[in-house]
Design a protein around this ligand. Structure first.
Ligand code: SF4
Length: 155
């Protein structure tokens, strides 16, 4: 897989605006924070995340005082607190975490109902130097981490 690289300052306010708009759209589902869907090995599925979203989540994670991003050996999301079992970046969690497959939350949202929001995120991804599509959570977070710490920026 080609390694994604963020080359420009991602528009994080625009990402937040997409999330806010999603919250305004009624849906017969509700996340109850069980975090099963954060354990990718358990579910056999990994959320795909655009680079600007990954950077927003990574910045929120850094805001908790953590510094070195590590992939947990149990295959869980790096944003999941292994002690509490809670998402450390819940209010900044990616779109996929808000809409994807979690049965406890009511299953996936109707893609047609949120397609315009997905397209906005894809446009933001391209504007940041990505390929306009999401990457596996851990790949996108790694790229965001490298960008955020200055290791992934084009000079
Ligand atoms: S970002 Fe948060 S909600 Fe999304 S998979 Fe990771 S721990 Fe779970």
């Amino acid at each position: 897989m080609k390694k994604p690289r963020v080359t420009l300052e991602p528009d994080l306010a625009a990402v937040r605006a997409v999330y806010a708009e999603l919250e305004q759209r009624p849906a017969e589902r509700s996340c109850v924070g069980r975090s099963d869907c954060c354990r990718f090995r358990l579910t056999g599925e990994t959320p795909y995340v655009t680079l600007p979203e990954a950077l927003l989540a990574w910045k929120a994670w850094r805001g908790t005082g953590r510094r070195e991003l590590r992939l947990p050996e149990d295959g869980a999301c790096p944003m999941l607190d292994p002690t509490s079992g809670r998402c450390l970046v819940y209010t900044s969690r990616p779109f996929a975490c808000r809409t994807h497959f979690c049965k406890a939350a009511g299953g996936p949202r109707d893609r047609a109902a949120v397609r315009d929001l997905i397209q906005r995120l894809e446009t933001l991804d391209r504007a940041a130097g990505g390929e306009g599509c999401g990457q596996r959570m851990e790949v996108a977070l790694r790229a965001a981490s490298e960008w955020g710490t200055g290791r992934g920026r084009r000079r």
